[in-house]
Write a protein that binds this ligand. Structure first.
Ligand SMILES: [Fe+2]
Length: 213
C-alpha cells in the first residue's frame, strides 16, 4: 500500500501551484521577475511549466470538436461565462454572468503568470485566457469573445497553424508561435493538422452583451 502511494506521488506534476511561490528560483518566480525583451526569452520557461501542469479534458465546447479527435484538454483562466448556482452572490443564482474561473482560484500563480505575459506581450490587460493542450479545433467563431483576441503558441510541434478565414472563404495560415492578434468573434478559424504537443493560449475579453441585465 505504502509503495503504491509513493509511486503515484512520483507521477504527479512537478509544480504544485499553491506552494510554488515558496520555492526560490522556481520557474514561476524566475518568470515573474524576468525582463522580457523577446518572446524567445520566456517561451522555454513557460513551456517547462506547461509540460508539468495537468490540463483536464473539457466536456463542453461542442463547437470546436472534430470527429475522431482525442480528449479536448482545455481550461479557462480569468473571467468565464456561467449560469446556475452563484456562491459569491446567492441572489444571482441562475443569472447569466461572468465570474472568476475555478482554475484561477485553484492555480493563482499560473493565473498571474499567464496574464502577466499577456500584458508584457500585448500591452493589454485581457480579462480571460483559454489554455489548450494539443487539440485540433474545428472551424468556429468565438461567440463569447469581444474584439481582438491574442493567441500565442508554445511547444515542440510541427504544423498546427491557425487558419483564419476572410471574405468569400479566403484564408490565411499563421504560425501562432509568433503571437497573433485576430478577431475570433467575427472571423471563422480552425487549427491545421500538427504533430507533437502544441499548447495555445488565447487571451480575450468576454462579450458582456451575453450577460442578463
Ligand atoms: Fe476560437
Amino acid at each position: 500500500m505504502a509503495r503504491s502511494r509513493s509511486r503515484s506521488r512520483r507521477n504527479k506534476p512537478r509544480y504544485q501551484w499553491r506552494c510554488a511561490k515558496k520555492i526560490e528560483n522556481s520557474p514561476i518566480t524566475v518568470l515573474s521577475k524576468k525582463k522580457i525583451e523577446h518572446i524567445d526569452d520566456i517561451k522555454d520557461i513557460l513551456l517547462d511549466i506547461l509540460n508539468n501542469t495537468f490540463i483536464p479534458a473539457n466536456k463542453k465546447r461542442e463547437n470546436v470538436r472534430r470527429d475522431g479527435e482525442g480528449p479536448l484538454r482545455s481550461v479557462t483562466f480569468g473571467q468565464i461565462f456561467c449560469f446556475g448556482k452563484n456562491n459569491a452572490d446567492p441572489s444571482g443564482n441562475n443569472k447569466q454572468r461572468y465570474q472568476l474561473s475555478q482554475y484561477s482560484i485553484k492555480h493563482p500563480e499560473l493565473h498571474d503568470i499567464l496574464f502577466l505575459l499577456a500584458k508584457r506581450l500585448t500591452g493589454k490587460n485581457y480579462k480571460s485566457c483559454c489554455l489548450n493542450d494539443s487539440y485540433r479545433m474545428a472551424k468556429h467563431v468565438d461567440n463569447n469573445n469581444y474584439g481582438m483576441s491574442f493567441i500565442w503558441g508554445v511547444g515542440d510541434f510541427t504544423g498546427g497553424e491557425l487558419r483564419v478565414y476572410g471574405e468569400n472563404d479566403t484564408y490565411t495560415d499563421y504560425d501562432i508561435r509568433n503571437g497573433l492578434f485576430f478577431d475570433g468573434s467575427v472571423r471563422p478559424h480552425e487549427v491545421l493538422q500538427f504533430e507533437g504537443r502544441r499548447f495555445s493560449m488565447v487571451f480575450y475579453d468576454p462579450n458582456m452583451d451575453l450577460v442578463s441585465r
